[in-house]
Design a protein around this ligand. Structure first.
Ligand SMILES: Nc1nc2c(ncn2[C@@H]2O[C@H](COP(=O)(O)OP(=O)(O)OP(=O)(O)O)[C@@H](O)[C@H]2O)c(=O)[nH]1
Ligand SMILES: [Mg+2]
Length: 376
């Protein structure tokens, strides 16, 4: 058990959409990505550290000998909860962040194995408790549909119906906590070929953004209706970056639409060329630090009241006999001591709130890409 504040990040996405790649891209080299920010994001347990290292290697190995293997990452076979700790560098207090990744085939009832019903129920409980809902959007499936069959297949590939249902019960749960920040993040991935700010030169950023808005309109609508206070943001991410789409072919695998993409390497091609990860991290950190700030402000107010009450008690005049009894029994000394401890606690929490004010200011000043980020 931990007495740190705890925030959950839930994922909503079917199989092969790019959930694990997105999560690991977000967590790898996080010190570098946090740039000059006075924040630290670290793995809170060994299992998380190992998982990030293993998936990072798999992702890096998808780019070998000048070729990109778009199926290099093995799909998840079980759920895994990343345990992270976010703390301001100058402060010892932090928050615990939990992020659950799971096999995408559990997400879609059409592909969910019979023996995974209980596992999926546990994932649903986790998501309902999350303050952030992260929705990776498979950009190739969204953009490369040119006829009625492909458009229908695209909806099925992206499991839009399921994403809408997930967003509805996530938002319904968030709707009961108006004072707590909530954030829906729609994140196109596999979108290297549509943005011209990395290695690709074709600019289809507006088209991609419009396509997401149209396809996910129902998701946004249900979040607006059930959690009007939730923020909604869009952030396009390249987790590979140095590839360009040559051709995409629609097929059916096991009765499910499938799109296979053929890429060519662009740029030096020796390593990934991430883009948008820092924007996504900034959006997430703004949310998490704001949530921590609001919670700490409440705690600081409670501690301030407790310290004032303890002080009043410590100096209260209880009359000649009362004061004498308090003094000889040692109770007056104990009250004074307790009052001092509570004052220190309250002051420490006020100081943490001030530190976070500064971090919030710095996060707000961080520029975000106008091509990749949008808010609703
Ligand atoms: N071109 C490109 N490929 C990507 C990107 N993100 C992921 N991929 C590829 O897509 C494949 C599937 O990605 P995963 O992250 O394993 O997908 P997932 O949603 O976790 O899949 P499950 O675990 O089966 O649910 C991987 O082999 C990645 O190489 C991206 O931004 N660009
Ligand atoms: Mg996965």
């Amino acid at each position: 058990m931990t007495d740190e504040l705890r925030y959950r990040i839930g994922l909503a996405g079917p199989s092969r959409v790019g959930k694990s790649s997105l999560v690991v891209s977000l967590l790898r080299d996080s010190r570098e990505q946090l740039g000059g920010l006075p924040l630290q994001l670290t793995a809170a347990d060994l299992a998380t550290e190992r998982r990030v290292a293993k998936t990072t290697t798999e992702l890096d190995n998808s780019l070998l000998r000048g070729e990109f293997n778009s199926d290099a990452l093995a799909g998840n076979v079980e759920a895994f909860t990343f345990q992270l700790r976010l703390a301001a560098k100058r402060s010892s207090t932090g928050v615990r962040i939990e992020l659950m990744d799971y096999p995408g085939k559990w997400f879609n009832p059409r592909t969910r194995p019979d023996d995974s019903v209980a596992d999926w129920a546990a994932c649903k409980d986790f998501i309902a408790d999350a303050s952030v809902l992260l929705v990776p959007v498979e950009a190739i499936g969204l953009m490369e549909n040119n006829n009625a069959w492909q458009r229908a297949a695209s909806k099925q590939l992206l499991a839009i119906e399921e994403v809408e249902k997930t967003a509805e019960w996530w938002a319904t749960a968030r709707g009961s906590y108006h004072d707590e920040p909530a954030l829906l993040l729609l994140c196109p991935v596999k979108c290297e070929s549509y943005l011209a700010d990395n290695l690709n030169t074709t600019d289809r950023a507006t088209e991609l953004h419009d396509a997401v808005r149209a396809m996910y309109a129902g998701v946004v609508k249900t979040v607006r209706a059930n959690a009007p206070h939730a923020e909604i943001a869009y952030c396009a991410v390249d987790t590979i970056g140095c590839v360009n789409l040559v051709r995409a072919e629609w097929t059916e695998v096991g009765g499910q639409p499938h799109i296979s993409a053929k890429y060519r390497i662009i740029g030096p091609g020796k390593s990934m060329s991430y883009k948008g990860i820092d924007d996504l991290l900034t959006l997430l950190l703004r949310h998490l630090v704001d949530a921590q700030h609001r919670a700490l402000e409440i705690i600081a107010n409670q501690r301030e009241r407790a310290a004032n009450d303890a002080k009043s008690l410590a100096i209260r005049n209880e009359g000649l006999i009362g004061n004498f009894l308090l003094s000889i029994s040692g109770r007056r000394r104990k009250r004074v001591y307790r009052s001092g401890v509570q004052r220190e606690e309250a002051d420490r929490t006020h100081q943490q709130v001030d530190e976070l004010n500064q971090v919030i200011k710095e996060l707000a000043e961080r520029p975000l890409s106008t091509k990749r980020v949008n808010t609703w």
